[in-house]
Design a protein around this ligand. Structure first.
Ligand SMILES: Nc1ncnc2c1ncn2[C@@H]1O[C@H](COP(=O)(O)OP(=O)(O)OP(=O)(O)O)[C@@H](O)[C@H]1O
Length: 258
């Protein structure tokens, strides 16, 4: 696949609808959301509300449907049934523009680090000079790598670039799919600190992780998925002390879920 085409695959498709105003601390909701492929039901009639001012962590065993749910929420795939709402309104083009996503395996262009940032911003009509991009490079410790080919970066450096690219879009809703998988402790801390700063600045964050300690450090709200269904949605402190579902209890105890 051509570079630009590959990157467009990770940007949400615009859905033509009316514009909305006053986006801030609102709520991301799904109603009766289902997704099936070839008759295989991957997500089954899910409904929930994720308050804009709480950091939501999405957990669940392998194959539960977490990545598929993030891709649906981000608009990369269309649901078989159901609706996704931001502040009570169906997601439209103006809301797609305030979303960004970081994938577990970064999708980067065969260009420099700087050029990767510029390209995505250009797609959103946000042309930026080198000096204007310095703060975001600095924030993710990428200044010294700005002119390096992105695909030659280490895994951790690529993940920092993927986060920088998402943040450069100044998203109000940020989806993170295991952004710290395979990162060293310093990189994990940098990414977690950056996520916390974004949250404080009012970005709605939905993070998928299998790292229970990371979830404890970051989560305010916990959504636990099991076999395509929401087993529980709980404030994080309750979830880790006394999960209400047997599925979450088994997961936290390290028992295999069937
Ligand atoms: N394009 C697809 N075609 C067919 N099946 C798919 C497709 N995408 C996902 N699936 C299936 O949907 C289920 C959920 O996948 P998903 O990647 O969302 O799981 P996950 O909860 O993110 O798991 P993990 O923790 O292992 O990353 C899996 O059984 C997967 O095989």
């Amino acid at each position: 696949m051509h570079d630009a085409a590959a990157l467009r695959e990770v940007l949400p498709r615009a859905v033509p609808r009316r514009a909305i105003s006053n986006v801030g601390h609102h709520t991301l909701s799904v109603r009766n959301l289902s997704f099936a492929i070839d008759g295989h039901k991957i997500l089954k009639n899910i409904s929930f509300d994720l308050p804009g001012d709480e950091l939501t962590v999405l957990m669940g065993p392998n194959g539960a449907g977490k990545s598929v749910l993030l891709r649906l929420l981000h608009g990369l795939i269309a649901p078989s049934n159901g609706t996704i709402l931001w502040n009570g309104e169906p997601i439209d083009r103006s809301i797609r523009k305030i979303q960004a996503m970081v994938f577990q395996k970064p999708v980067l262009l065969r260009r420099s680090v700087l050029s990767n940032l510029r390209f995505v911003m250009g797609l959103r009509g946000l042309a930026k000079s080198r000096s204007e991009l310095q703060p975001i490079l600095k924030r993710l410790h990428l200044e010294a790598l700005a002119d390096r080919p992105a695909r030659l970066l280490s895994g951790g450096e690529q993940q920092r670039l993927a986060l920088a690219r998402a943040l450069a879009l100044k998203p109000k809703i940020l989806f993170l799919d295991e952004p710290c998988a395979n990162l060293d402790p310093a990189s994990v801390q940098l990414i977690e600190d950056t996520i916390k700063q974004e949250k404080v600045q009012g970005t709605k964050i939905i993070l998928v992780t299998h790292d229970i300690l990371q979830a404890r450090r970051l989560a305010e709200q916990l959504v636990f998925l099991h076999r395509g269904e929401v087993a529980e949605i709980t404030p994080a402190d309750i979830f880790f002390d006394a999960p209400t579902s047997k599925e979450a209890r088994a997961y936290l105890d390290g028992r295999i879920l069937i």
